[in-house]
Design a protein around this ligand. Structure first.
Ligand code: SF4
Ligand code: MG
Length: 337
């Protein structure tokens, strides 16, 4: 199988201007050389602490930003460096579900006009066809058709997220970036929305990039997981392998803080407390990004950026600890396929 999404060496730098003349004094390297594949129908979880660059990856991959470097291929089309006009016909196939449904829905538009807006922009439908499509989308996400003439403020957070999902589905996308889609919702309805996303994935053959800081949620929904630290992916693995045996010291620390669902069957993990703060992406450490906080840091780590080591079965780790046992690779792999 060919990956639906293929990202290579993605860089997203934001310039820093300072002084009287606002001169360019450096860059915030929010994303600094990120590569991954997502197979059709797959959910890739993208995890890391806030500020690690995961949301920037999500937006950059959909070309909501002009990217600094690298390539992004979606369904065979290179979109990283095409102009806005060439991008427009590709827009329908790639959509985003935002964290805060409140902020992403226009309060002055009815549910029908919110869901219908992308249809108006990209499709020529008769009034009848348009309404039928809006109703169909509302059915898919479990919204009562009688809500079509109401406004976002009349709904609960979970219902508003359903409106956002219906809107994202309007143009039959193949690929959806879900950026913390449940983080702003009550715990009691988070599972409902996640289950809805999974149901829709099966029904509509959707491929997801699922961005979240919530590892328990990612463990539930993702097929594979990529872990980010300070603008880079440090480890990618199937969900099973990642949670059973994290290899990168940062992944180990991150997972050590997650409660085990079944303490009987899995080995006991002591929380690993990391020293210091995450360095600034405007001034990342030399060598390995994690070297200022890594409990296993070696001399080489402060000099040389680690290569990416391939363990097979879709697992890759960027860490000098594995330099001797593994061969270095430049190509990300997409699962076991
Ligand atoms: Fe730690 Fe070195 Fe591995 Fe970086 S390369 S994670 S500093 S052991
Ligand atoms: Mg799935």
């Amino acid at each position: 199988t060919v990956p639906l999404v293929k990202v290579r060496d993605l860089k997203m730098y934001f310039p820093i201007h300072a002084g009287l003349f606002r001169s360019h004094v450096g860059d915030v390297k929010a994303v600094d050389g990120v590569s991954f594949d997502i197979m059709p129908g797959e959910t890739l979880g993208l995890v890391g602490e806030s500020g690690c660059g995961k949301s920037t990856v999500g937006r950059a991959v959909l070309r909501l930003y002009d990217v600094t470097g690298g390539t992004i291929e979606i369904d065979g089309f290179e979109i990283a460096h095409v102009d806005r006009d060439s991008l427009r016909p590709k827009r329908p196939m790639m959509q985003m579900i935002f964290q805060d449904p409140q902020a992403s829905l226009n309060p002055r538009m009815t549910v029908a006009s919110i869901i219908g807006e992308p249809l108006d922009e990209h499709m020529k439908l008769s009034g009848e066809e348009r309404l039928a499509r809006i109703y169909e989308l509302m059915d898919w996400v479990g919204l009562n058709r009688e809500f079509a003439k109401r406004y976002p403020h009349e709904f609960s957070g979970g219902q508003r997220q359903r409106i956002g999902i219906a809107r994202a589905l309007a143009l039959n996308p193949k690929f959806i970036v879900c950026d913390e889609p449940i983080a702003a919702l009550d715990v009691s309805i988070q599972a409902q929305v996640v289950n809805l996303l999974e149901e829709l994935q099966d029904r509509l053959d959707l491929t997801y990039l699922f961005i979240s800081h919530d590892l328990s949620m990612v463990r539930h929904i993702a097929d594979r997981v990529a872990v980010m630290y300070l603008g880079r992916i440090v480890e990618v693995a199937s969900r099973e392998k990642l949670f059973a045996e994290p290899l990168h010291p940062y992944t180990q620390a991150l997972l050590s803080a997650v409660p085990e669902p079944d303490p009987e069957s899995e080995r006991h993990r002591k929380p690993i407390v990391l020293q210091g703060d995450v360095p600034s992406p405007a001034n990342p450490p030399k060598g390995c990004n994690f070297s200022t906080r890594c409990p296993k840091v070696m001399d080489i780590c402060k000099q040389q950026e680690p290569g990416v080591f391939d363990f097979g079965g879709g697992r890759q780790v960027a860490c000098h600890l594995y330099a001797e046992s593994m061969t270095k690779t430049a190509e990300p792999t997409g699962g076991d396929t």
